[in-house]
Structure formats: C-alpha cells, structure tokens
Design a protein around this ligand. Structure first.
Ligand SMILES: Cc1cc2nc3c(=O)[nH]c(=O)nc-3n(C[C@H](O)[C@H](O)[C@H](O)COP(=O)(O)OP(=O)(O)OC[C@H]3O[C@@H](n4cnc5c(N)ncnc54)[C@H](O)[C@@H]3O)c2cc1C
Length: 392
C-alpha cells in the first residue's frame, strides 16, 4: 500500500491543471497522478489543429504543471473505496489518500461492431496513427460533422488527402450552429474539396484489401484508406458509479467541485457542476473548463474551499475560419445573428426567455469577456437590443 496526500486519477489537461493548482496552494504537498495513457499530460486541441499546420509535437507537453508531482503512467485505476480512502489500480497496487480527484474525462463513443482500424480521434496516439496514414491522394472517410469530425476533415484535406464526410444532420456543427451557418459550412467545405454527405448515417464499417468500406444508411459504399470517427464522448463515470458516488450525466459535484463524498472531487470533461452564470447544472467538454476547473479542484484538494464560478469559453478552427464562444450554444435555442459579413465575420446570440444563454464570436476576437458579461445580465434582450452590442 502506498500513501499519497493528494491523488489525481486521470492524465489529461484537467489532471495537469489540478496538479499545478494543488502545488501552488500547498507548495510542500505530496501530489501523485495515475494516468492510463503512456504519456504524461499534454494539450489535446493541437492534435486536430496546430500539429497539422507544422507546430512541433514538443510544444504540447504540460511539463511545468506536473513538476514535482509523482507520475504513475500506463496504469488504470479500477476501484475506489471512498470509506477507506483507498484506490486500486490495474496491477493490484493500492493507494491511500487524504483527498482524491477524479479527472477521468471521456471515452470516444464507438460504432458497435466496427473493426479496430477505425480511429476514434482523442489521444496523441490516435493523432500519430492518423498522421502516419495521411498523405496526398489518400482517401479518408470522416464520420460525424461535430467539433472533432470537422477539424480532422479540414486537417486531412490540408494534407492533400481525399476526404469524404458522412454526417447524419443537415450540415456541419448542426447541433451547435444555426441552420443557415451549418449549411454554409457544408458548402464551404465542399469548396475546399471535401465531399460532404449530409443526412446520411453509418450503417456498417468493414475492412477490405488493407482499407475500409463504410456502408451508409442510404446504401452507398465508400471505400477508404482510413476511417476516422468523431461521434462525441461518453463521460468516464464507471469508477465513480461503482464507488457509490452520485452520477448523472457526469460525476455530480457541488460548486467546491466535491462529489457526494467530501474527500473525493471531480473536474473537467467528466464533471457535472452547477453553473452560477447559466443557473443550471452543466458538463463542459472544453479546454478552458479543463484548465480552470482542474486548477480550482487542485486547490480545493489541499483543503481550500473556493467555489468554481468561471463561465468557460471555447474555440475552434475550420480551415481559415475560427471562432470563440461562451455559454450554451444549442441550435435549438432562438438565435440572433449580427453579421458584419455574412458567415465570415459576426456575432450570434443564443436566447431563451429573453436571456442571453450563449454567444458565438465568429472570426471576431477579443470579445470573450464582453460576451460573458452579457450572459450574466438578466435581460430581457431582443434582436433589436442585441444588434451592434458587441463589435462584429
Ligand atoms: C482532438 C481534440 C481537439 C480539441 N480541441 C478543442 C478546442 O479547440 N477547444 C476546446 O475548448 N476544447 C477542445 N478539445 C476538448 C478538450 O481537449 C477537453 O475538454 C479536455 O482535454 C478534457 O480534459 P480532461 O482531462 O477532463 O479529460 P481527458 O482529456 O479525457 O483526459 C482524461 C484522462 O484520464 C485517463 N483516465 C481515464 N480513466 C482513467 C482511470 N480509471 N485511471 C487512470 N487514468 C484514467 C484517460 O486515459 C485520459 O488520459 C479538444 C479535444 C480533442 C480530443
């Protein structure tokens, strides 16, 4: 049995930020991190963006954040005993803790029955595998038109690959962007040379002659050298559930990021937390939340009781288009578009009952704090009062 003062389960960005938070709050504290991947923590966003544009892999590591932290890698925690304050890993090693953070993130949603050659794009190893396959003229089928599908399709196309996207919805990012923008993005991708098949799902993926064939729900058969799936993630809650901790859509935490057991915390993609700004419980799968919430959880692990009240922002790149956003971006909400140039530059507000729930800053930079302030205001807002409010 090993004794650790503050134990972090998970080796992602949240874990890295938490390690830093704990060491900043209590410089002498003993912090250990158990991570299932063979790598120490690294930033994931460059895997679908900057690394394809020439940035070196060497820039992704979170080395400073984990300085002084005991790293236990290629190990998966398999059980938690909250009453005994103990965890067990997949080699049968047990660790006793004073406080524990679950930063287990999410696992990519998989296609039942699909062959192992399908790349569910999430980790550095997934990136390396895809990068090794990508070359001009090689054929790729990308499943899903959400964040990961759209970014990976653009990245592959920029390498000169022949890319086909298979998207069940009517356009790209259809769950997040208003219908006209989502539709515009499908056209924009086609102009970039990507074959975009909307309104079509995946029926089956099979391997053939060193490649793969995707059979779609309309009966089409698409042959490819590689298949990449971006079907979203499922929060990794099994450990918490088996330990009897409260789980909903994610591990349930309070504003101090404590689970239903006060010595166990959760943060990042896996945590469902109360958002003061949005007035409801949310789970956020974005970098700024991983960093800010991870850091706060790390501080609270050491005995501080500081509430997490940050409204995270997120961002993305689609070829040369880019955006930042805050709050709830749900295409089902009422939207007000304030374009400077349609679909090129502007701001979209997401409204519910006259309140701004989210703001999309489309090729519009430096406005995140103003957008946050709008979400915090009670309103009521209308199209007329919103237009021109943020410089588009
Ligand atoms: C390719 C890609 C691009 C992205 N781009 C953007 C972007 O542009 N903007 C943005 O805002 N966000 C982006 N994101 C999202 C952002 O990276 C995530 O929100 C963030 O990485 C979440 O970090 P996490 O540590 O909470 O979870 P994860 O990244 O899922 O890390 C969890 C870690 O815990 C490990 N683990 C799980 N269970 C166990 C266990 N039982 N024992 C030990 N270890 C375990 C996992 O192996 C994993 O390493 C992107 C994500 C990806 C994959």
């Amino acid at each position: 049995m090993k004794r650790v003062q503050h134990l972090i389960v998970g080796g992602g960005m949240t874990a890295a930020a938490a390690a830093r938070g704990a060491r900043d709050a209590a410089p002498g504290a003993a912090v250990a991190l158990i991570g299932a991947e063979p790598h120490p923590p690294y930033n994931r966003p460059p895997l679908s963006k900057a690394l394809w544009k020439g940035d070196p892999e060497a820039g992704i590591w979170r080395t400073e954040d984990v300085a002084g932290v005991e790293m236990i890698l290629s190990r998966r925690v398999t059980a938690i005993d909250p009453a005994g304050r103990r965890v067990t890993d997949d080699r049968g090693e047990t660790y006793e803790y004073d406080s524990l953070l679950l930063a287990t993130g999410g696992d990519p949603r998989r296609l039942p029955g699909a062959p192992p050659s399908v790349i569910y794009f999430r980790t550095l190893d997934d990136y390396r595998r895809l990068r090794g396959l990508a070359a001009p003229g090689r054929r790729f089928t990308v499943l899903g038109g959400g964040f990961i599908g759209s970014e990976v399709a653009a990245a592959l196309r920029m390498q000169g690959a022949d890319v086909t996207m298979v998207i069940p919805e009517a356009g790209l990012g259809a769950r997040v962007f208003p219908a006209d923008l989502s539709d515009h993005l499908a056209r924009f991708y086609r102009e970039k040379g990507v074959t975009v098949r909307t309104g079509e799902g995946v029926a089956r993926v099979t391997e053939r002659d060193g490649g793969s064939t995707v059979k779609t729900t309309t009966g089409a058969e698409l042959a490819a050298d590689g298949v990449v799936a971006g079907l979203g993630i499922v929060p990794a809650v099994d450990l918490a559930r088996a330990a009897g901790l409260a789980v909903d859509n994610g591990i349930v935490v309070d504003e101090l990021l404590r689970t239903s057991n006060p010595a166990v915390f959760a943060a990042g993609d896996v945590a469902q937390f109360p958002s003061a700004a949005l007035g409801k419980r949310v789970r956020v799968e974005h970098e700024d939340n991983a960093n800010a919430q991870g850091r706060q959880a790390g501080r609270n692990l050491t005995g501080l009781a500081e509430p997490y009240r940050h409204l995270p922002f997120f961002y993305g790149d689609l070829f040369e288009l880019g955006y930042e956003a805050v709050g709830e971006l749900d295409a089902r909400l009422e939207t007000v578009a304030d374009w400077k140039t349609p679909f090129q530059e502007g701001v979209i507000y997401y409204l519910q009952d006259g309140r701004v729930r989210g703001v999309l800053l489309w090729n519009t930079w430096g406005q995140v704090d103003h957008a946050r302030a709008l979400v915090a205001q009670p309103g009521p807002f209308t199209a007329a009062t919103l237009k021109g409010r943020l410089p588009a």
